[in-house]
Design a protein. Structure first.
Length: 407
């Protein structure tokens, strides 16, 4: 999720000493992504999945490395994002026929069970730490429930249930989670914790899990301002949220609406639709940079929906592309699909598919340009995961549209 920046301290001389790093800096300075040649969707997808495999192989403890840093190389395993990479591996195995990705997903899910805390919680931070984190626990539930649906092995559902029970036990009465959380404050993006709680409810039918999810959604809906902004979307109250955590919040709401029924669904839908409309307009009304290429979406926004950064958060762009496609599937608004495809093209234009350095080849950086404020000089595994998801989802939707046009 990027709650920890892989690195922020790397001087220009450090960059210039390494040819692969210097080449990428020069590329970002000299050639706008809009002017770069894109490869086929399949090539970009295979490259990013190969990189995710290298990230898994780089983790000697199990799980998946949090990413690659220009300063420190491959990082330790990250329980949080290992959890939600599992569904990506299972989906890629399905669409590509490369069944080894199922075994890779299983290894990650089993590692997470091995290190699950006695309380049922999932460990926080990068590496195997002793403290639990609410958000990490929710993301791992997504991995375990995906593994259970794939093969019906009860150990994955049991692990997911234990994790969901712990989440219920540490939730505040008003529905937020303020304990065992990053910076010890509640976050609106915990809608991505409510969502996996509903996934467990769908499989086991225990009302406590659904009730906890609904309480959290009600709390988040209480944070919506008149202009559609949702408070508490950032990692810190002293900072504006990245598009990464904005998209987390909105995607969580969208998926919860999919799994709920009753009046709350229309209330959620109205909030997500309005936020997507605003972000769509911000994206489509962007200017061109001095090199004549369309600018990227700003990496952060303030509470008036004004851009608050000069760099782009690539993770957030991939996430918003996924959300826009899912809203297109729901509402049929072609503007959303059009914007999603452009966002995806902009993200994959930053990939280096021919880099000699295996930590860079096929990866997705935290920011564009690479020295931007989100995961500076780093390639987080979650950026790769969301690009892979976006590429697979877009191809699925485009294939259906082509089929419909041919009949």
């Amino acid at each position: 999720m990027g709650s920890r920046r892989i690195t922020n301290k790397l001087g220009l001389l450090d960059v210039l000493r390494h040819a692969s790093f210097a080449g990428l800096v020069l590329r970002d300075l000299m050639v706008a992504p809009g002017h770069r040649r894109l490869h086929s969707t399949g090539e970009h997808l295979q490259a990013v999945m190969d990189w995710l495999c290298r990230a898994q192989d780089a983790s000697v403890q199990g799980g998946m490395s949090s990413g690659y840093s220009w300063l420190d190389g491959w990082q330790g395993p990250y329980p949080e994002t290992t959890g939600y990479v599992i569904p990506t591996f299972l989906e890629f195995a399905r669409v590509s026929g490369q069944t080894e990705f199922v075994e890779r997903a299983r290894r990650m899910a089993d590692w997470e069970i091995e290190i699950q805390l006695p309380s049922g919680a999932v460990r926080g931070g990068i590496g195997v730490n002793e403290y639990p984190i609410v958000f990490n626990t929710g993301q791992m539930i997504l991995g375990w429930t995906a593994m259970y649906r794939h093969g019906s092995d009860p150990k994955y559902l049991q692990a997911a249930r234990r994790a969901a029970d712990w989440l219920v036990s540490v939730q505040d009465e008003d529905g937020k989670w303020s304990r065992h959380e990053y910076n010890s404050i509640p976050h609106a993006y915990h809608t991505r914790v409510a969502w996996p709680m509903l996934e467990v409810f769908a499989l086991r039918g225990e009302s406590a899990h659904r009730e906890a999810a609904v309480r959290n959604i009600e709390w988040v809906l209480s944070l919506v301002q008149e202009n559609g902004w949702i408070r508490e979307m950032a990692f810190k109250r002293t900072e504006w949220p990245y598009t990464h955590t904005i998209a987390y919040t909105l995607r969580g709401l969208h998926e919860c609406a999919r799994l709920l029924d009753g009046p709350i669904v229309s209330r959620i839908d109205a909030v997500v639709r309005r936020a997507c409309e605003t972000l769509l307009m911000k994206y489509e009304c962007r200017k061109r940079d001095p090199r004549g290429a369309p600018e990227y979406l700003a990496g952060t926004f303030d509470d008036q929906w004004r851009p608050a950064a000069r760099y782009c958060c690539l993770t957030g762009c991939a996430q918003l592309a996924i959300l826009f496609i899912k809203r297109f599937q729901l509402d049929g608004d072609p503007r959303l699909l059009n914007a999603a495809l452009k966002l995806i093209d902009q993200v994959r234009a930053t990939q280096s598919l021919r880099a000699i350095n295996p930590g860079i080849r096929g990866a997705v950086a935290g920011s564009y340009p690479i020295w931007g404020g989100y995961i500076r000089y780093g390639y987080p595994n979650w950026a790769a995961k969301f690009l892979a998801d976006a590429l697979m989802l877009s191809e699925q939707v485009l294939a259906r549209l082509r089929q419909e046009a041919a009949t």
